[in-house]
Design a protein around this ligand. Structure first.
Ligand code: RBF
Length: 347
């Protein structure tokens, strides 16, 4: 009678040790040691039509594919869950996703996520989060990366004012935003104005709010009104609603500066600039760091032009065809000043 009991105890201990070994992580690095890795992506909104979310999804999927190719089997799976446009539901949806216990890592992107994650994290302190386009320090399970959007907006404002100087009637440029939020009001809008004022100090920004990230008809109405008021160049940061701005500008011989991704081909001849951030690269690199156990949780990093995460696309054939050489030269000289360190723009 003693031997089977002893054997069962040994067996139980072995199972327990194995379970511990396979499920545990290296606490310092967050390295996963089990064989199946599950990554959940929480999109705060809808992926399609929002450049920053399209890059997020692309980057995470590419990192998983690369890892699986190297491993020779499907060891990482990615599940993408959209939070939808009702922002009041995001916290519950993220909580449900976390409570499922299904994910080694939850990846998301948006300046409002750090606050939400801080609250969710209180109830699920073991969950690891990677948040892009947001900033949070000191939570040992959360790593954040944001971009230098003062640089990104400054480069947009500079080209907008150059084009307005050449072909406009008033020293005014436009910004159509989906909503107001601290990064928009304190970094992007001032950076856009600062860039324009580097061309001429009299510039003002006509700043309009759509009220959501999808209403292209409302955005078109706002753009029409701005163009009637003398605005020649509009920056749009409104997700799916951007389409309304681009179409209206195209019909009314106004111009658009695109934000986050290369937008020259969205409407060639209308889009005169693309102030971009490489969130696909950020997602790819940081998820890869997680999978190799080197993602430094607890810290917040900021990357800009000189880290090659923020840029203004100058080598697109459509940019050459649309923007005269004289303007492109001035834009290039300004970007060179940022690269050389002669011009520093802290976010
Ligand atoms: N950007 C998008 O492209 N699509 C969105 O649906 C979207 N939703 C947002 C919701 C909130 C609450 C906040 C603060 C930002 C959102 N952004 C969205 C903006 C995004 O974080 C970023 O600021 C812009 O894409 C400019 O880089």
């Amino acid at each position: 009678m003693k031997r089977p009991l002893f054997g069962m105890l040994i067996l139980g201990a072995v199972f327990f040790a194995a379970a511990l070994f396979f499920s545990c992580r290296n606490e310092a690095s967050g390295k996963i040691q089990d064989t199946d890795h599950k990554i959940g992506v929480f999109v705060p909104g809808v992926t399609s039509g929002s450049p920053i979310y399209e890059m997020l999804a692309r980057g995470v999927l590419a990192a998983a594919e690369r890892y699986n190719t190297d491993a020779g089997s499907e060891r990482v799976t990615v599940t993408i869950i959209e939070g939808g446009y009702n922002q009041a539901e995001w916290e519950n949806k993220l909580t449900a996703m976390t409570a499922s216990g299904s994910y080694d890592l939850i990846v998301s992107s948006n300046p409002s996520l750090p606050d939400i994650v801080s609250r969710v994290s209180v109830h699920f302190p073991q969950q690891y989060f990677l948040i892009l386009d947001g900033e949070l320090r000191g939570n040992p399970r959360v790593y954040t990366l944001r971009y230098n959007q003062r640089e990104q907006a400054y480069m947009a404002g500079y080209i907008a004012a150059l084009e307005t100087e050449a072909n406009g009637t008033v020293k005014k440029i436009g910004l159509v935003a989906a909503q107001e939020y601290p990064v928009m009001n304190n970094i992007i809008l001032p950076g856009f104005l600062e860039g324009a004022r580097a061309v001429h100090p009299a510039y003002e920004v006509d700043f309009r709010i759509v009220g959501n990230w999808y209403d292209a008809a409302k955005a078109a109405e706002l753009a029409s009104d701005m163009i009637r008021g003398g605005v020649r160049v509009l920056l749009c940061i409104a997700g799916g609603a951007n389409e309304g701005v681009v179409n209206t500008a195209g019909q009314r011989d106004a111009k658009v500066v695109w934000f986050d991704t290369n937008g020259y081909n969205i409407k060639p001849g209308t889009v005169i600039g693309s102030s971009v951030l490489y969130q696909d690269l950020a997602a790819y690199n940081q998820v890869s760091r997680f999978l190799s156990g080197t993602l430094p949780f607890g810290i917040a990093e900021t990357f800009g032009v000189n880290d090659n995460y923020v840029d203004f696309v100058q080598d697109d054939p459509v940019y050459f065809e649309t923007v005269p050489g004289e303007l492109r030269k001035k834009q290039a000289a300004m970007i060179e000043k940022i690269r050389s360190g002669e011009l520093t723009l802290q976010p």
